[in-house]
Design a protein around this ligand. Structure first.
Ligand SMILES: O=P(O)(O)O[C@H]1O[C@H](CO)[C@@H](O)[C@H]1O
Ligand SMILES: O=c1cc[nH]c(=O)[nH]1
Length: 235
């Protein structure tokens, strides 16, 4: 039976799902890295695929841009399809001076400005953190692969275009490395339903300096991040 936003039948998703924001990145990951990948959902062109990796079932499902979209797909994957592990593979913009273009950030925690997140614990703030088991596997895999990485906290924003620039100084002061738009949402769904989640993200641009990866550099570094994600979930 399909869910509200996915037309995959019951059992169509593996217990582990790799999740980029972009549906075409989901297609690319499935076609490039999975064996026998089949498309399982295409509602709104938000594509999902299931195949295998190193002999184990693995799915790839896009979650779109922003917290509301990610909350919908993550919630339905877990509640409707019984998914147990979600690993976001995204892009992010660096705000911390120590972070370099191409760095892969393993997101230990994600602060957020999202109003949706404020509805979780009533008057309290929910601390969106990665599942330690996945975090440890990602760090060990990055070391084994020799992948340049940073472990730290990021910021999940509802805004891509900020009207005021001073927010970046404040984030860097709190040792936040980079901004993206979904990690806290993915972590919060995992916490709500008792499953595992991790987000890793490639620094595609440096918000402070304006430096950005070329199209070719994006491809190479995204491949490194995807390989790290696959190593993490298959460790
Ligand atoms: O590259 P993805 O995974 O989409 O992630 C980042 O890119 C999008 C903004 O351009 C947002 O979804 C942000 O989180
Ligand atoms: O959300 C994002 C993703 C990449 N770069 C940014 O500046 N923001």
């Amino acid at each position: 039976m399909p869910s509200l936003h996915m037309n995959a039948p019951d059992g169509a998703f593996a217990e582990t799902v790799i999740m980029p924001g972009d549906p075409l990145r989901a297609k690319y990951i499935a076609e490039t890295f999975l064996d026998d990948a089949k498309q399982v959902t295409d509602v709104r062109n938000m594509l999902g695929f299931t195949g295998s990796y190193k002999g184990e079932p693995l799915s790839v499902m896009a979650h779109g841009m922003g917290t509301p979209s990610a909350l919908i797909y993550c919630t339905e994957l877990v509640q409707h399809y019984g998914v147990k592990r979600m690993l976001r593979v995204g892009s992010c913009g660096a705000v911390h001076p120590d972070v370099q273009l191409r760095d892969i950030i393993i997101a230990q925690g994600a602060s957020t400005d999202s109003a949706a997140m404020k509805q979780r614990l009533g008057p309290f703030d929910f601390a969106a953190t990665a599942s330690y088991g996945l975090l440890e596997k990602a760090v060990n895999s990055a070391r084994a692969l020799g992948t340049q990485h940073r472990i730290g906290s990021i910021f999940t924003s509802d805004l891509f275009y900020w009207p005021e620039g001073d927010i970046y100084d404040r984030l860097a002061k709190y040792n936040i490395l980079a901004i993206e738009m979904e990690a806290a949402a993915v972590y919060s769904v995992a916490a709500e339903f008792g499953v595992e989640a991790l987000a890793i993200a490639t620094v595609s641009d440096h918000i402070r300096t304006g430096a950005a990866l070329s199209t070719e550099e994006r491809q190479t570094t995204f491949d490194q991040m995807i390989e790290l994600g696959l190593a993490t979930v298959s460790a």
